[in-house]
Design a protein around this ligand. Structure first.
Ligand code: ASP
Ligand code: MG
Length: 425
């Protein structure tokens, strides 16, 4: 068994879906194909979910839904043409849109997070129904599966936790070896009570990893709009090179420090089963991409540079004039957990603690006030966390030009800097 996942950025136009078909023609079977929502559809749906929870937004909602509808119908028409024999594809999409419109009209009766998941899940249903209608012509034996009934989670809407045992049973039943080509959705899942949940933004990679690990897949391949994992972001470093093979640990470190190409949750389930995770570019399918596996650590690594933007450097000083004590740390980490602050660096001195965090929910300002009862608080917003793995002095000094260094930390393999950019790139 193999799992192929196709991301929204490679499926955003009909040409990407055609290219995907060529790749599927070459692929070994049995094969599960996981798709995420096209392009920026999830963002658009998130906006609709938010608007529908507000007063007097009916016109805006209608306009934005119509735009989304036109976009999806254009992709479908360009794949299937306007001929009458493809009625089922059009009907499927039409009924999804009328269901969405109706939901948006009636509004939410549930918590916002639950409502969010219900609305954004349409993105994956739109994409999978379009892709299915097209693939059905090329591969008449393809089987469509609704992942919401297969991956079972708790009800932490927005970032639900997988209930592995039940999911394991259902996955093995749903993807039995008697069929050999399946299409399903990434990112979305369901509770045992059939409520829709999501696995966290960009979670389709994780879906592929869940399926691959339960089914002991030979490998899991993520088809993306980049040729693999690079040693730096090619948008900021034109001389970036592809890393042909890296260990799970290296990949996990890179994901943690902000390399966007790897979703942090995908690594562990595959590492536990020693299943290779391959990242390949759909633009250049002949290129072997990057394989993440149990590789022995290489002695000489290519230096890796990761830049994580929009970080906050938060420094706190206990108000009781004591040194920083364990109870202060316990209090701070407890709060951060509650607030979903992700911490990527900590520095402790006798009288203060500094954290580099990103604030996924944008409520930093409101929340940080709460810390002021017990701590004196200082912060810098819009700072960057620069991470260098397998660094050399030269790779670092080049990248630190035009940066004011606020914090630095070095270990044998990793150097990190929290910086404020002064000018230029
Ligand atoms: N469509 C979802 C998102 O944009 C999941 C994914 O693309 O992986 O977050
Ligand atoms: Mg996406």
């Amino acid at each position: 068994m193999q799992v192929y996942k196709f991301g929204g950025s490679v499926l955003k136009e009909a040409s990407g879906i055609r290219r995907m078909t060529e790749v599927l023609q070459q692929a070994d079977r049995p094969l599960i194909v996981v798709v995420s929502a096209f392009g920026k559809t999830t963002n658009a749906l998130e906006e609709l979910a938010t608007l529908s929870a507000m007063e007097n937004r009916k016109d805006e909602i209608l306009r934005k839904t119509e735009k989304l509808r036109n976009y999806h119908f254009e992709v479908l028409a360009s794949l299937l043409g306007n001929s009458g024999d493809h009625v089922s594809g059009y009907n499927m999409l039409e009924s999804l849109f009328s269901e969405l419109k109706q939901l948006l009209e009636t509004g939410s009766g549930s918590s916002f997070d639950q409502w969010h998941d219900r609305i954004v899940s349409f993105g994956e249903y739109f994409s999978s129904s379009i892709v299915f209608s097209y693939l059905k012509q090329k591969f008449p034996d393809i089987v469509y599966k609704d992942i919401r009934k297969i991956i079972v989670t708790d009800s932490r809407f927005g970032s639900a936790g997988v209930l592995w045992e039940e999911t394991g049973r259902r996955v093995k039943r749903a993807f039995s070896a008697s069929e050999n080509l399946f299409l399903t959705q990434g990112y979305i899942a369901g509770t045992p009570n059939k409520e829709t949940t999501t696995l966290g933004r960009e979670g389709s990679d994780f879906t592929a990893a869940i399926l691959g690990s339960i089914l002991d897949a030979e490998k899991v391949t993520l088809w993306k709009d980049v040729p693999g994992v690079m040693n730096a972001d090619p948008k900021i470093c034109p001389d970036a090179v592809r890393l042909p093979g890296i260990s799970y640990q290296e990949a996990a470190e890179m994901a943690f420090y902000g390399a966007k190409v790897i979703h942090p949750k995908t690594i562990k389930p595959l590492q536990n089963k020693h299943i290779p995770l391959v990242i390949r570019g759909l633009e250049d399918p002949g290129n072997t991409g990057t394989t993440i596996w149990d590789f022995e650590e290489m002695e000489r690594h290519v230096p890796v540079y990761i830049r994580k933007e929009k970080q906050i450097l938060l420094s706190v000083f206990p108000r009781d004039y004591s040194f920083v004590l364990n109870r202060h740390l316990e209090n701070l980490f407890g709060q951060f957990k509650q607030w979903n602050f992700n911490i990527s660096l900590v520095q402790i001195s006798a009288i203060s603690v500094s954290f580099c965090i990103d604030d996924p929910v944008g409520l930093f300002m409101k929340r940080v006030r709460k810390l002021q009862d017990n701590f004196e608080v200082y912060f810098n917003r819009e700072v960057e966390l620069l991470t260098f793995r397998h660094y050399t002095e030269k790779t670092i000094s080049d990248k630190l030009k035009n940066c004011l260094i606020l914090v630095s930390q070095h270990t044998r393999l990793t150097a990190q800097y929290v910086v404020k950019r002064i000018a230029g790139k």
